[in-house]
Ligand binder design. Structure first.
Ligand code: NI
Length: 166
């Protein structure tokens, strides 16, 4: 497994829609393994989308206490409800956090790494991470949701690590 370099906010790949995966072959399995390794190496990261490692494909990995380690291929939000203000950070914009609105709960449909169709209903942080990662594969980043640049904050030095970034 290989730790992949992260793309940063100024990279075009983060602002374009990623391609659907048509066949979950060995190269996709390797990409998933490398993404998991990369997420672990970033200690405390809650998730990672393929465009964040420069690959314009619809593949995401998430790991939270409430979700365990999951891989989603071609995920899409099929239902969302409620709305709340959340603090969010992204591995592609280290040192910043923003206050944005997210749905409180979502249902996401996609496939796991074995090609099996999955449907996940989530709330709270898990729902937030799912929305963040599905956004990534659609070329949307959380700063696109900021109502004002006043809602973007420099992280305090003491919490300036990757924890909580997705
Ligand atoms: Ni992100």
């Amino acid at each position: 497994m290989t730790v992949l370099p992260l793309t940063m906010m100024d990279s075009p790949v983060l602002h374009q829609k990623a391609k659907r995966v048509r066949k979950i072959d060995d190269s996709i399995q390797k990409l998933i393994d490398d993404m998991i390794e990369t997420m672990y190496q970033l200690g405390g990261a809650a998730g990672l989308a393929a465009p964040q490692v420069g690959i314009p494909l619809q593949v995401v990995v998430i790991e939270l206490p409430e979700s365990g380690l999951i891989t989603l291929i071609n995920p899409q939000v099929v239902k969302s409800s409620g709305e709340h203000e959340v603090m969010e950070g992204c591995l592609s914009l280290p040192g910043y956090r923003g206050s944005i609105k997210r749905a409180e709960s979502v249902t996401v449909k996609g496939r796991d790494r074995y090609g099996k169709e999955v449907r996940i209903k989530a709330e709270g942080l898990f729902a937030q991470a799912l929305q963040h990662e599905v956004d990534h594969i659609n070329g949307v980043v959380y700063v696109d949701h900021l109502e004002s640049m006043d809602n973007l904050y420099k992280a305090e030095p003491e919490d300036d690590d990757e924890s909580g970034y997705i």
